[in-house]
Design a protein around this ligand. Sequence first.
Ligand SMILES: CC(=O)SCCNC(=O)CCNC(=O)[C@H](O)C(C)(C)COP(=O)(O)OP(=O)(O)OC[C@H]1O[C@@H](n2cnc3c(N)ncnc32)[C@H](O)[C@@H]1OP(=O)(O)O
Length: 422
Amino acid sequence: MSEDLAEWLSDSNEALSLQLVRDPEDEDALHNQDQRAVEPFHPTFTYPIFGEHEKIFGYKGLDIQLKFASGSLRQHLSITYDSKLNSPATPSDEIEGTLYKFIPPDYTKSDIDFKKQVEKDSTEFKPLGEKVGFYVRAAATKGKSKGKGKGKGKENGEELKEGDEGAVDFEMYKATWNTPGFREYHRRMQLFILLFIEGGSYVHEDEDSWEFITLYEKRKRPESDLYTYHFVGYVSVYPFWCYPDQVRLRLSQFVILPPYQNQGHGSKLYSTLFSEMLSRPEVAELTVEDPAEAFEDLRDRNDLRFLVSQGILEDPSFSKGIGPSDEIIRAERVKWESGIRKKYKIAQRQFDRLLEMLLLRELNVMNEVETRRYRLHVKARLYRFNYEMLSQMTPEERKEALSKTYESVIEDYERILEMTFH
Ligand SMILES: CC(=O)SCCNC(=O)CCNC(=O)[C@H](O)C(C)(C)COP(=O)(O)OP(=O)(O)OC[C@H]1O[C@@H](n2cnc3c(N)ncnc32)[C@H](O)[C@@H]1OP(=O)(O)O
């Protein structure tokens, strides 16, 4: 492309901005770090919409604003620019027509209509489905802004209780296609999957069994009895048949919107999903489809804390039979692991990794025998897991490959343990 034409290219991730909008009365009640909830943010990915280069051609000063009423997620679209290239030889990209294929057609371009929608949200919008969990955080207060993490607030069970003055409740709701109105609602929220999950795609609405848990901030309007709900994120799972008469729940999509990230909401949503599935006798285990790295970390942290909270470290069988052992001890180990894994419904590979991390945490590195046993235990699993690739190598190559993999696995375990139990 010539230099002149390059001037007409915009980065679609920067050109597109998103915003969750709530009624001005509710917005005024937000202070300091809580204000992030209403500030504009950019998508991480736009390639599914604007193409793999994430560029839009034909505009200068392009600004695409897609606003969402923060509860109902009804949308307002505005496209502005300083100048548009008008040349039949090099036509400008169609923007609204392109976006149209990915959002429901009921969006508005009228500021007045959108304002009315936002007002209506305050009094009328309630999350769809059945409430499956909640937690409470302290609202940010007026005055100097506090740094990251300081607004963490108090968890449920400490000082703040649901509905307390100065508390913000976060609530989770479970829905399926059978939940009245949810299909339409999902069509408005699914855009976030394309914009924030690499390789994310829309689910097929004709697949009946999808289950969703949505997460909302619930705020009390100051000096009023009104509670308003604001979308934070959601998770989708799909049950697959699992022999002979159970289901394997596969977590497919998981998103917390950027204004709410790094505040522990992802962990709360995941642990609610986890306890919900533990309580369902028909669920055999929870698996995860193609997890992104940040999500893998979140899952590891939560699963590790869960196992520790269940007293696994105090279990006398926890470190028995690690490394080469005689057949009886080995069989006992396998039986113990299998029992615990099934009880907590954790997928096999994930469970193996979690146990290895906890064993590493408890390992006395000064004890050479113990350390060697641990190394052989991990390497044996890595060998099984990478069997196809390793079996084609010479014994020396295999030994080296296994050693390298082991080193990087241990490094990763140490990183995860550090952020989980620091
Ligand atoms: C199967 C799949 O769908 S994979 C795709 C996963 N989804 C995506 O990648 C979409 C985009 N990203 C996201 O939606 C989110 O960033 C997620 C889901 C990956 C993580 O959700 P979050 O709500 O940000 O996670 P959470 O806040 O629980 O933990 C993240 C960090 O916040 C920190 N944190 C946790 N609680 C708090 C708190 N109260 N205050 C401050 N920080 C906190 C954690 O220590 C963690 O830090 P670190 O991992 O940087 O060490």
